[in-house]
Design a protein around this ligand. Structure first.
Ligand SMILES: *[C@@H]1O[C@H](CO)[C@@H](O)[C@H](O)[C@H]1NC(C)=O
Ligand SMILES: *[C@@H]1O[C@H](CO)[C@@H](O)[C@H](O)[C@H]1NC(C)=O
Ligand SMILES: *[C@@H]1O[C@H](CO)[C@@H](O)[C@H](O)[C@H]1NC(C)=O
Ligand SMILES: *[C@@H]1O[C@H](CO)[C@@H](O)[C@H](O)[C@H]1NC(C)=O
Ligand SMILES: [Cu+2]
Length: 659
């Protein structure tokens, strides 16, 4: 059986010129399939996101896991490819679906904009509706792909058809886990996404080499009237960390992989914090609520910026589609990323089943919602139809995601909703989920050291991850290090966590440049150590915070469009980097007495504007940009006594302000 020939490919990332790219196209089924697709997609119900209550529920898998399943992977590749070769005018083509989010600000399914919002897309950001709007969006996209995949499965010869039809029914959207430890020898960015512009697919008409539908979306054609500013009007395909803003720009996926790798410890710490310390849906949901707890949107923003090209060390001369809210959904990686965001929502819901969308005010315009409007759990999530007569899904109706026919592995025992009163089941499941979170995302938090010690003492069974420095057998040196970390009282389980709390007020930054055309802070990267710009190493990178909402449009368009600004907040964890300094013998403890002078001497920032340009360099003495504030916060935290529990924060205080 022929599989995909990744082994034939050169190593990750290489220059591919446009001519080479143009060589690859869609799958040739041996007959004209367009009529059949039209018939399939022309159904009115193709635009209704079906409530699948009572149907089969299948697991949304991590993309690397899905790749192991030959039949399903083949169908996924063919389905994605077909979606991308579907006429852009179709609402359920890749282009039509991507166009719901931001550009080209077109009406979908006849759902008209409210007056004044014509210049935006439907997506809701910096909003309590951020997680649930995107949940519905993923469900629609999954359904469009599912429909195509059912059709594709029927194209195999009769002897193989039942096998592919069975696999097709199991199809659910994969997610990309950018916080988990990648398999040995692989990068955070899976090869299937960034490794090659083509892929060999073993379809119903034999093995063929087609354009890799996860590598980029090639506009068919690029609509230069709708996208009338550069670089969007010259880039004929979606790009990641592009080589330039010109027409022959190429993606540099190896650079994306590098940038993600440098941030992996930061991303894992942030995800772990989100699950452990944020029990309030309002602050969980979006980046505009302030505070010292992580939000799923802020974490998500950083992935957008890193994939687009806002690397902490090597930024792109002009970041690509994923870095800009208005264009991000055209890059196929968007849907893998947002499926991960939905998984985070689902796991978080299972841990905190009683916290949900409350009433709030919209802070930004979207296609059907005006800034200032009251929004709540029954606000229509447009344009996602629930039925044929114009009812929309709402946050309340998507609260139980199994209605859409999917689950995540960690939730296999069933969804947790307030209506499911099987408390025993819920408790068992919550413990299982917490253990999974400790294992997958806990290894950069000192709590993992504590759990490991408990395990070593035989007080605990079961497996969690282990802190990077604690693998070797215990030595007096390790005991000393532990005593330096767990020095905040309690029963020996208290320690200080450290974060850089970043606030960015994009509108105020306009005045900050001499040229007068305005700077918007789009990424803030932190470095720790005695470093100069030439010596910015992977080692020194502590983490990046992306300000996705600020980079909504390209600079040219921002001056003419009505974009309302919000202050966004994010928290970059410093704890793992500080623990590393302790194990390296450079720092004597995690308490403020040791950490404050150390950070004042050694913590540095690099700030970039909306096009990736340097706004503040690492050596800049005036450590501030107008409209940006950075506070260094210490938080006394308690490690759990079991790997079925998560750490808890007790109290925090601002130690000093970086700017
Ligand atoms: C991609 O980025 C890496 C890391 O900066 C660099 O070494 C490589 O030359 C770049 N590749 C291309 C094709 O520009
Ligand atoms: C959740 O956070 C919001 C925003 O900070 C706050 O107004 C609300 O009271 C909090 N809810 C609970 C239950 O603490
Ligand atoms: C949400 O707001 C609408 C309009 O103000 C109101 O009719 C509805 O009852 C509210 N729903 C909830 C769940 O609060
Ligand atoms: C809406 O349409 C569905 C069919 O999609 C129908 O069963 C239902 O009765 C309709 N509801 C209303 C309120 O018209
Ligand atoms: Cu997004």
């Amino acid at each position: 059986m022929t599989r995909f020939h990744f082994s034939l490919l050169p190593l990750f990332g290489y220059l591919v010129n446009a001519l080479v790219l143009a060589q690859y196209s869609g799958y040739d089924y041996g007959f004209n399939i367009e009529k059949r697709i039209k018939r399939q997609l022309g159904r009115r119900s193709a635009m209704v996101v079906q409530d699948r209550t009572g149907d089969e529920v299948h697991v949304r898998q991590e993309i690397r896991q899905l790749e192991q399943d030959h039949d399903l992977w083949t169908l996924y590749m063919l389905g994605l490819s077909m979606l991308q070769y579907t006429d852009q005018a179709s609402p359920v083509s890749h282009y039509g679906l991507a166009g719901i989010h931001g550009m080209p600000h077109q009406t979908w399914g006849g759902v008209e904009p409210v007056t004044g919002s014509e210049g935006t897309g439907y997506c809701t950001h910096s909003s309590i509706l951020f997680p649930t709007w995107h949940r519905s969006y993923m469900a629609l996209y999954e359904q469009a792909l599912y429909d195509l995949i059912q059709l594709i499965a029927t194209l195999w010869p009769a002897s193989e058809r039942p096998r592919y039809e069975r696999a097709a029914r199991r199809f659910r959207l994969p997610y990309w886990d950018w916080a988990a430890s990648p398999p040995p020898g692989e990068s955070v960015l899976p090869r299937s996404i960034g490794g090659s512009p083509f892929v060999d697919v073993d379809g119903p008409n034999g093995l063929q080499r087609i354009a890799n539908p996860l590598f980029s979306y090639q506009f068919k054609p690029l609509d230069r009237t709708a996208f009338n500013s550069d670089p969007w009007n010259v880039w004929t395909q979606t790009l990641r960390s592009p080589s330039s803003g010109g027409p022959d720009a190429q993606s540099n996926n190896s650079l994306v992989a590098l940038n993600l790798g440098q941030n992996r410890a930061s991303l894992a710490q942030r995800l772990y914090s989100l699950f452990s310390y944020n029990d309030n849906y309002t602050t969980f949901s979006n980046n505009a609520m302030g505070g010292w707890t992580e939000s799923v949107e802020s974490l998500h923003d950083t992935i957008h910026e890193l994939v687009g090209g806002f690397g902490p060390i090597q930024p792109s001369p002009q970041p690509g589609h994923m870095a800009y809210l208005e264009w991000s959904a055209f890059d196929p990686i968007f849907f893998l990323h947002h499926c991960m965001v939905d998984r985070i929502l689902a796991l978080w819901q299972a841990i905190y089943p009683n916290s949900w969308v409350s009433s709030s005010q919209a802070l930004l315009d979207s296609y059907t919602i005006r800034r200032g409007q009251r929004i709540n759990s029954s606000t229509a999530l447009t344009p996602f139809f629930l039925d044929d007569n114009g009812t929309f899904w709402t946050s309340d109706s998507v609260r139980d995601h199994t209605k859409f026919g999917y689950l995540y592995t960690e939730l296999l025992q069933g969804p947790v909703t307030t209506s499911s009163n099987n408390n025993l089941l819920v408790a068992t499941q919550t413990r299982t989920i917490k253990r999974t979170i400790n294992r997958m995302y806990g290894s950069f938090n000192p709590a993992s050291l504590f759990l490991e010690k408990l395990r070593a003492q035989g007080a605990q069974g079961g497996g969690t991850g282990s802190f990077q420095t604690s693998r070797e057998a215990k030595t007096p040196h390790h005991t000393l290090i532990e005593s330096r970390i767990f020095a905040a009282g309690g029963n020996g389980n208290r320690y200080h966590e450290w974060i850089a709390n970043v606030r960015a007020e994009p509108s105020k930054n306009r005045a900050a440049t001499s040229s007068g055309d305005g700077v918007r802070v789009s990424s803030i990267s932190f470095f720790l150590g005695d470093i100069s710009p030439e010596r910015l190493s992977e080692e020194a990178c502590v983490g990046t915070m992306g300000v996705f909402t600020a980079a909504r449009l390209s600079p040219q368009q921002e001056t003419t469009s009505r974009v309302h600004e919000v202050t966004v907040t994010g928290n970059v964890p410093l704890t793992a980097a500080l623990v590393k300094k302790i194990t390296d013998g450079e720092l004597a403890g995690l308490t403020p007495q040791h950490v404050v002078p150390y950070l004042k001497r050694n913590l540095k920032m690099v700030v970039r504007g909306v096009r990736g340009e340097l706004v503040m360099d690492i050596e800049d003495e005036e450590r501030c940009v107008d409209g940006m504030a950075v506070q260094i916060v210490s938080l006394v935290t308690e490690a759990p006594w079991s790997d079925e529990e998560l750490p808890r924060r007790r109290e925090g205080r601002v130690e000093f302000e970086m700017c």
